[in-house]
Ligand binder design. Structure first.
Ligand code: ZN
Ligand code: ZN
Length: 361
């Protein structure tokens, strides 16, 4: 997909906010924000965004790609990129340079500050680019939709191969193999495959544990397609699940559906979080729900908004978020059900096509 005009518009929108930051320029250093504003996907780049021009800095390894793809003035720098940034600051006599305070390491900040010409200073920019990134364009939604579908297809392929004795790591490797066979660049985060009581650790890493014939299996997986993440969690049982596990599953599913039903433009993220939490409270399981209800996703797997307790962010049509309540019982196991969802004016669209029925193999 050709994002050129869209990327130009993003830069214009962010540049238009420089006056409210009381800045002449914004120095962008976060890789996802650089990608968002330029399409650049390399590992060493900086953008200095002025009200009507863009300076892009990278090293000679990326020269060809940068000159071909990036609008604006491209500076190919041998050595630290900041030295070249400072030259532009001096040449353009920039006085106030906004920077990504959430992203800049203290040492990088110190070095930049010391190198500034007399009379120039740094001002924190907050997360203005992340704020704009919360709202996905139709082109971005199209990619996220494809990323979600690809992820679900990889899951369906792997599900057929899960049987007792298979190791968690083998399942994770198979998932990532299938994602790539389907066209994903990589998983959008480290795939979680956790069997039995280990599923009670919400972010456990897959191990060489062999999945037991009577175990619960939690799989949390996401693909990265054209830079955009998907995210889904499903729990299955290797044989007929015991009553207590079935009860947990029903409660979490009811909570997840209540969360989805609460999503619409204008409601606060906190309201959606309380919708899932209230269901679990009814079953006295809310204390075992130890994380927030969900998060935004896009170029990164975790982006604003966060759907946490009392979070005041109002949902808007075009946001892509996850709804993923979970209940974790030490020694027994964990249940989490997660879909990727698109906020619309009248509610939401659940993008994840995978069934939420509690299956056993
Ligand atoms: Zn997940
Ligand atoms: Zn998630």
């Amino acid at each position: 997909m050709d994002f050129t005009t869209e990327i130009d518009q993003r830069r214009r929108d962010i540049a238009a906010r420089l006056p409210e930051l009381k800045a002449n320029a914004l120095l962008v250093s976060s890789p996802a924000n650089i990608r968002y504003l330029s399409g650049y996907t390399g590992s060493n780049g900086l953008i200095l965004l002025l009200s009507s021009e863009t300076h892009f800095f990278t090293d000679p390894r990326y020269e060809i790609a940068a000159r071909r793809n990036i609008a604006g003035q491209v500076h190919i720098v041998k050595g630290p990129l900041n030295a070249s940034v400072i030259q532009v600051i001096k040449r353009k006599r920039l006085k106030k340079i906004a920077f990504e305070s959430a992203w800049t390491q203290f040492e990088a900040y110190q070095r930049l500050k010391e190198a500034l010409p007399l009379g120039a200073s740094l001002v924190p920019a907050g997360r203005i680019i992340e704020e704009r990134r919360m709202l996905k364009s139709p082109a971005e939604i199209d990619i996220i939709r494809r990323s979600v579908n690809l992820n679900s297809e990889a899951y369906a392929r792997v599900l057929k191969r899960i049987r007792p004795g298979v190791r968690e790591l083998e399942v994770a490797a198979e998932i990532e193999f299938q994602m790539k066979m389907l066209g994903a660049e990589k998983p959008s985060f480290e795939t979680i495959v956790a069997a039995g009581p280990r599923s009670a650790l919400p972010h456990s890493h897959p191990t060489s544990h062999q999945i037991g014939a009577h175990e619960l299996l939690l799989i949390d997986m996401g693909a990265s397609l054209e830079g955009y993440a998907s995210d889904m969690t499903r729990v299955i049982h290797l044989d007929q699940p015991p009553k207590r596990i079935r009860g947990m599953y029903r409660a979490v599913l009811e909570a997840q559906l209540a969360g989805v039903a609460a999503v619409r433009e204008g409601v606060t993220a906190g309201k959606v979080d309380s919708a899932t939490r209230n269901v679990l409270k009814k079953y006295q399981m809310d204390k075992a729900f130890v994380h927030s209800t969900g998060h935004g996703l896009g170029l990164e797997i975790h982006e604003p908004p966060r759907l946490g307790k009392k979070d005041k962010t109002r949902l808007q049509a075009g946001m892509a978020i996850t709804i993923e309540p979970g209940v974790y019982m030490e020694g027994l196991g964990g249940i989490r059900i997660e879909d990727t969802v698109l906020v619309t004016e009248n509610g939401c669209e659940v993008l994840t096509p995978t069934s939420k029925e509690f299956i056993h193999l």
